[in-house]
Ligand binder design. Structure first.
Ligand code: HEC
Ligand code: HEC
Ligand code: HEC
Ligand code: HEC
Ligand code: HEC
Ligand code: HEC
Ligand code: HEC
Ligand code: HEC
Length: 464
């Protein structure tokens, strides 16, 4: 053990550590066996590396395999701070911060940080005021928000204070971070220095790899579940299938990664939303290529949507013809319109009538129909739209429109009638919906249509 350590110090003193030596320490680790390029540890970070090699070998091993290590970007390039920086403390003779923020990265990746900062990702922690927040913080309880919402959207990192307002510190002088706010790698984390976001949400430390971020699993931590099942939709789609079955042809760790040039097997989330095409560079603004927002009750086209759509079409272009792509968008637009006009607008008009007549209280979630309505747009309606946007037929149909229809006709409208308690204005609103053309089927199918159904089952399954 101590011989091993002396050997290490010796090697470090030589300044240059070949990755072959790192490999000797972690012989079984395949990841350490990168090409024979040398890792140069800058003098200021040598002590950090030597000691943390012992104390937190995982961190140093991840860093060793990274592009940063090869370029001499070491511990202090990211953790080094001025004494006046929020959260800064003295550690083994250096002034450092623990929670590295995009401001540190900006010294070398300024354009990327600027792009990320203006994206919806960076703003993701500002959801106070949303119904979701009332649900998490109040209806469910604060720790549900801490361990749920904040882990995806981001916390507001905070330092614990003493009753007299001074900063609470650990024995070594480091400030104590509020444990409900850190560890946290939520996408829109509000950092101590006021910057927004957490680059490690997609580039796990300390490998900070772009190959990792190109994989759909990275996005899937957050983009999944009943209200935004993009990971599941992708897995079901032809694109996800092509990705899984041809992963070895994806060249994920290629330095340059242009769709149609460096790989053609399949698109990943990153391909369509972030990565380069032959005419577009990588973008860290994930909204740059989408034309609709599928999150609100009623979907709307975004500002400058035409240009954003053209950018996305430029991705499809490497694998599909213009007619194919236009046909997809035509049907997708019509499907979003179907959701808007058949379910979202009518259900909202009924809710408005109920609220105006004082039949539901201003407090969210204390009336049953509020849960029904929330589930209709926030879960079922989103799934229907999102499934259509990324070719997941089961999410469009069975998890989407089917559940929306069952809810709308069998729960929402009957509950609205009950809540109306005979109020003529509310009843008029409900009847306007029921008498609208898309809902007339409830008044009964024609004898011919019923006969068609009978014949179908007779032919398939025989007489009963
Ligand atoms: C002599 C050993 C040693 C050296 C040198 C050293 N560290 Fe540490 N470091 C530790 C130990 C042990 C801990 C765990 C500290 C604790 O919580 O008591 C730690 C903790 C940390 C933390 C996390 C602090 C927290 O709030 O949890 C960071 C970040 C860190 N070190 C970075 C560095 C950097 C950067 C350098 C080089 C300037 C460095 N360390 C040098 C031993 C060392
Ligand atoms: C490219 C920038 C970068 C470099 C280089 C870097 N770090 Fe970090 N480090 C980070 C980020 C980002 C975090 C995560 C902070 C957070 O929680 O968001 C982190 C977290 C840490 C932590 C706390 C995490 C934990 O799990 O306890 C320690 C300790 C640490 N780094 C030590 C080191 C040491 C030692 C080195 C040098 C071998 C190093 N770092 C190099 C960016 C860097
Ligand atoms: C002192 C400058 C410096 C700082 C600070 C820095 N980087 Fe880097 N980063 C580099 C260099 C140099 C490269 C290698 C570029 C290359 O290979 O073309 C790189 C490469 C990367 C890559 C691509 C890695 C790959 O797989 O090829 C990512 C991702 C990255 N950095 C993220 C970060 C993040 C996140 C931070 C802040 C936590 C950060 N960097 C801080 C200089 C820096
Ligand atoms: C598993 C990760 C995850 C959890 C947990 C989560 N969200 Fe989200 N949330 C997301 C993602 C991803 C989106 C964006 C979905 C999309 O664009 O399709 C989103 C969207 C939202 C939106 C809509 C923002 C807009 O621009 O319209 C709000 C508000 C919101 N979430 C608040 C919350 C609250 C409050 C909680 C806790 C009760 C929560 N979320 C829990 C990942 C999560
Ligand atoms: C939503 C996920 C995500 C977040 C958050 C994210 N990145 Fe990236 N980043 C990616 C992806 C995906 C790529 C690879 C794109 C490609 O080459 O196809 C990438 C590539 C990079 C590269 C290599 C750029 C190049 O052109 O080779 C750097 C450097 C980088 N990111 C830095 C950052 C920094 C700094 C932050 C925080 C401000 C950050 N990233 C946040 C997903 C993310
Ligand atoms: C740590 C959680 C997290 C990860 C990881 C994550 N996202 Fe997000 N994403 C969110 C949240 C939360 C939102 C909604 C933000 C809002 O509007 O408040 C969002 C929004 C989006 C949007 C909508 C943007 C807009 O302008 O409307 C796209 C597209 C997106 N993410 C793509 C991705 C891709 C691609 C990846 C992986 C490379 C990814 N995300 C990784 C949490 C995450
Ligand atoms: C083949 C390209 C493609 C792939 C692969 C892909 N997407 Fe999408 N994504 C789209 C298109 C097209 C839209 C709809 C754009 C529009 O409305 O104009 C979209 C929409 C979105 C939205 C916006 C939802 C909203 O609320 O408005 C999010 C978030 C998203 N995708 C995340 C992901 C994630 C995460 C993955 C991987 C699991 C992924 N996408 C894979 C093409 C893709
Ligand atoms: C890297 C290549 C690639 C890119 C980029 C790409 N696709 Fe595909 N796409 C495929 C492959 C492969 C299939 C499967 C074809 C088959 O099964 O015959 C496919 C199938 C499809 C299908 C048919 C789905 C089904 O279930 O039959 C649609 C629709 C589609 N893509 C739309 C798009 C759109 C829209 C974009 C851009 C937002 C896009 N694709 C980007 C490779 C790609």
């Amino acid at each position: 053990m101590s011989t091993n350590r002396r050997l290490w110090e010796c090697v470090l003193a030589m300044l240059v550590i070949g990755t072959g030596v790192a490999g000797a320490q972690t012989k079984t680790k395949k990841t350490a066996a990168k090409p024979a390029s040398a890792v140069v540890v800058p003098a200021e970070s040598r002590a950090c590396v030597t000691c943390h090699e012992q104390k937190t070998p995982g961190i140093v091993a991840q860093w060793h395999g990274s592009a940063h290590a090869k370029q001499g970007v070491a511990c202090l390039e990211c953790h080094g701070a001025a004494a006046s920086d929020p959260g800064a403390f003295t550690h083994e003779g250096a002034t450092i911060i623990t929670v590295v923020t995009p401001n540190q990265c900006a010294a070398c990746h300024g354009d990327i940080v600027a792009e990320n900062s203006r994206s919806h990702h960076a703003a993701a922690a500002s959801f106070i005021g949303s119904l979701d927040n009332v649900l998490g913080e109040v209806v469910e309880g604060r720790l549900a928000a801490v361990n749920g919402c904040w882990q995806c959207h981001g916390s507001t990192v905070a330092i614990l204070k003493n009753p007299d307002g001074s900063i609470r510190t650990k024995p070594d002088g480091a400030p104590m971070l509020d444990p409900t706010t850190w560890p946290n790698t939520g996408i829109g984390r509000v950092n101590l220095d006021g910057s927004l976001g957490s680059c490690t949400a997609c580039h796990s430390r300390h490998s900070f790899s772009k190959a990792m971020a190109r994989q759909p699993e990275v996005c899937g931590k957050c983009h999944m579940g009943p209200d935004h099942p993009q990971a599941e939709i992708y897995a079901e789609s032809k694109h996800g299938i092509a990705y899984r079955t041809q992963m070895s042809e994806m060249h994920l760790d290629s330095d340059r990664w242009i769709v149609g040039v460096d790989y053609t097997a399949a698109p990943t989330c990153s391909t369509c939303h972030m990565s380069a095409t032959k005419d577009q560079r990588v973008t860290h603004d994930v909204g740059a290529r989408i034309s609709w927002t599928l999150r609100p009750v009623v979907s709307k086209k975004l500002e400058k949507w035409e240009a954003k759509r053209e950018a996305m079409k430029g991705v499809c272009d490497s694998c599909h013809t213009p007619d194919f792509i236009d046909a997809f968008y035509k049907t997708y637009d019509a499907t979003v319109d179907l959701w808007n006009t058949k379910f979202a607008v009518p259900a909202t008009s009924v809710m408005t009538a109920l609220r105006e007549a004082g039949k539901i209280s201003p407090t969210p979630f204390d009336d049953e129909i509020e849960w029904t309505y929330y589930r209709l747009w926030h879960h079922e309606g989103r799934r229907a739209r999102m499934g259509a946007s990324m070719q997941g037929p089961d999410y469009t149909q069975w998890h989407g429109f089917f559940e929306a229809a069952e809810n709308f006709y069998m729960k929402f409208l009957p509950q609205a009638r009950e809540a109306a308690k005979g109020d003529p204005k509310v009843l008029a609103a409900i009847e306007a919906v029921e008498n609208d053309r898309p809902n007339l089927w409830k008044k009964g199918l024609s004898p011919e249509e019923r006969q068609k159904i009978d014949e179908f089952y007779k032919e398939r399954y025989g007489e009963h």
